[in-house]
Each structure stands twice: as C-alpha cells, then as structure tokens.
Write a protein that binds this ligand. Structure first.
Ligand code: NAD
Length: 361
C-alpha cells in the first residue's frame, strides 16, 4: 500500500468525504478540489476498485481535473467528483443510490453530482429522490440526458480548431481521422466526421460496438486494434476510450499531426505533452475539448431549466477556446497542456476573486 496519493494532493483539495452505509453496501468517496468559481460539479464513477487507496487516488485526480475543465469551459463551477466502490452490474441498487444521494445532500450544495463511467441518467433520477444537488437526469425528469452528445460535439469543435491551427482551414473533409473507442462519445464523434466527409478509421475492443457502428456508417474502415490504428497513415488521432492512451510507444509511432479526442487523462505521464510537442504533433488538451458534456449537464442548473440549444451554443465555444490555447502555446513556447492549465488558473484567479467584493446586506 502506498501513501503517495495523500502526499501528492495533500494541500490541494478543499474537502474529502468518505461515505459508508453498511446496510445498502455503499462505500463512496466525494472529493471537492476547489469551489473558487462555484459549487463543485463532476460525475459519480461506479467502479470495482481494488482498494480504497486506489479509489481515493482516482477521485482526487478526477476532481482536480474537473476544477480545470469547468474553469476553462467558462462555467461558474468548481471541481468535484465522486467514486462508488463496487461492481455497477452486481452492487447497484435503489437503496445504495439513495443512500449516496443523502450524502450528496449533506454537503448542502457544495457538490453537484452527475453521471460518469458506471452510472447513467436513470441512476441520477434515483439519486435525485434524496437530493436536489444532481444533474444528468433523464429528459423525462427535467434533466439534460446523455451528456456524450455534447461531449462529442465539443471534441468535434476542438478538432476543427486544431485543423485551423495546423492547416489554416478548419475543414476535416478528406482528412484521415482515427477514432479509438466508439462507445457513447466515439460513436457520436464519428457521426460528425462522416457528415463532414472525413475518412474515418475506428477501433474498439468490443466487436458488437464496432458492428453497430459499421452498420450505421458502412464507409468507415476498421482497424484490428489501437496499435494497428496508430500504425495507419492518419491526419488526426482521436483517443475516445480509457485514459493514458498516449503512451511513449503511441506517440513515437504516430503519423497524425493532431491528437484530439474525448477520453479523460490521455497523457500517460507528465513528460508526454513535451514528447508530442517535440514530434511536432499538436495535442488539443483533453479537458479543453471534452467539456461539452459538463456544459450540457451544467445547463440543468439554469434557473430557467435545461435548454439543449443554449448548451449546444455554449459548447460551440470550444472551437475558440481550443484555438486560443493552441495559439498561446505556440506564442509562449510552452506545451498545449501547460497553456490550457495557465488559462484555467488565470480564470480562477480573475473571476474567483470577484466574490471577495462586498455586496452589502
Ligand atoms: P463508453 O464506455 O461508452 O465507451 C468507451 C469505449 O471504448 C467502449 O466501446 C469500449 O469497448 C472501448 N474501449 C475500451 N478499451 C479500449 C481499448 N483499449 N481500445 C479500444 N477501445 C476500447 O464511454 P464514453 O462515455 O464514450 O467515454 C469515453 C471516454 O470519454 C472516457 O475516457 C470518458 O471518461 C471520457 N468522457 C466522457 C464523457 C461523456 O459525456 N460520456 C465526458 C467527458 C469525457
């Protein structure tokens, strides 16, 4: 057992809450990284972690990521995330989800939850029976529904901005785009790419997922694995499966000029951004381009209620945000990952400070 996760983030997080309800089997951790810009918003991951230490490391990293994602997306929201320890297929029950909802409620609005890996909009409807601090509910329950729709749309905007930066033209028509992982986000991304006449190559470890995609899009080519996809002649590589896709091997063998995908935490280690940059590959930072989903669910918090059109208009702004990050990196001679962090921190500083202005009684 390592204590490294405690050391790495010891001074960064505002609040970490361990939630236990033995009767329902709930074991969860809610982490609030920062509420400088507003209440923390981030999803609930339901995953069979090998240990509480592993779950804690994940929730600390994920909640920090949400702080930066929400800040860069221009939201008045801080960063939070939750993990439920268990097998979502075997352990999920009404009692467990409602017990979890009561812990969310106990934070009194400091944390708003949403879906993540292993949780779905229907689960958020159940959580919402115990707390108002929940987003990502089903459309029938007044929610924003499946957030992967605008996540993919935002990635597509980020990809067009990257094309503008690299080739001076945002069009992806005729470009070879490799998509690794065609689940909820990857599939919607392929819809946009096909519509723009990009030459799409996909891969996924689940054959049924690939079959469903090729039935919808017969012209899409299929690579046998992510390694095979990376070895293909590509203009753009879009990691849309799990994290840490950009290993040193992938980066060194990649022919693509642009990396832009929906997966969280794509960089395998701290040096990966520099390696990409040294190879002349433009990396559109993951949390910059995949913010469409959080923009979608955050819209539920609008006093007027959820509007898909308003959320979509806001997600369109990912084009400009991405372009600004890429241009700043080029101007300042830093990696695109550093440029995105700096811009997010600048907004936290400039906008977070406003709350110190006295408003009167
Ligand atoms: P998903 O589970 O629906 O899809 C992931 C797909 O990747 C699945 O089809 C799976 O079979 C495939 N896959 C897994 N390992 C693979 C591998 N080694 N090679 C190729 N394919 C592999 O999940 P999703 O909602 O589409 O999310 C995808 C990524 O995007 C995740 O990293 C997630 O954290 C991130 N993300 C999702 C959202 C959202 O709104 N859903 C928002 C932001 C970020």
């Amino acid at each position: 057992m390592t204590t490294e996760p405690f050391q790495v983030f010891a001074h960064a997080h505002e609040q970490v809450v361990f939630c236990h309800d033995p009767a329902s089997g709930l074991r969860a951790i809610i982490a609030l990284h920062s509420t400088v810009l507003g209440p923390g918003l981030g999803g609930t991951r339901f995953h069979p972690y090998a240990s509480e230490t592993e779950a804690l490391a994940d929730v600390l990293a994920l909640s920090r990521g949400m702080t930066y994602k929400n800040a860069l997306a221009g939201l008045d929201l801080g960063g939070g995330k939750a993990v439920i320890i268990g097998d979502p297929h075997a352990d999920k029950s009404e009692a467990l989800l409602r017990a979890y909802g009561r812990f969310v409620e106990s934070l009194n609005g400091r944390y708003f939850t949403a879906c993540d890996v292993g949780t779905y909009s229907a689960d958020m409807d159940v959580v919402a029976r115990e707390t108002g601090y929940v987003t990502g509910r089903t459309v029938e329950h007044g929610g924003a529904g499946d957030s992967s729709v605008l996540t993919a749309f935002g990635v597509y905007q980020g990809m067009r901005a990257s094309a503008q930066h690299v080739w001076g033209d945002p069009s992806l028509a005729g470009r070879a785009v490799g998509v690794s992982g065609v689940g909820k986000v990857g599939r919607h991304l392929v819809d946009h790419l096909v519509e723009e006449d990009a030459r799409v190559v996909v891969t996924d470890i689940d054959p049924e997922t690939v079959d469903a995609l090729t039935q919808a899009h017969p012209d899409v080519r299929v690579a046998a694995s992510t390694d095979a996809l990376v070895a293909t002649d590509l203009d753009v590589f879009a990691p849309c499966a799990l994290g840490r896709a950009l290993t040193d091997d992938v980066v060194t063998s990649l022919s693509a000029k642009i990396v832009c995908g929906g997966a969280n935490n794509q960089l395998a280690h701290d040096g990966t951004a520099a390696l990409l940059s040294a190879r002349g590959i433009v990396y559109a930072p993951d949390y910059c381009v995949n913010a469409g989903g959080v923009i979608q669910v955050a819209d539920e918090l609008d006093p007027l209620g959820f509007s898909f059109e308003r959320a979509r208009a806001r997600a369109t702004g990912i084009f400009e945000t991405t372009l600004a990050v890429l241009e700043r990196a080029a101007t300042d001679g830093v990696t695109t990952a550093q440029a995105a962090d700096t811009e997010a921190e600048r907004r936290m500083h400039d906008i977070g400070r406003l709350r110190t202005l006295y408003l009167g009684d």
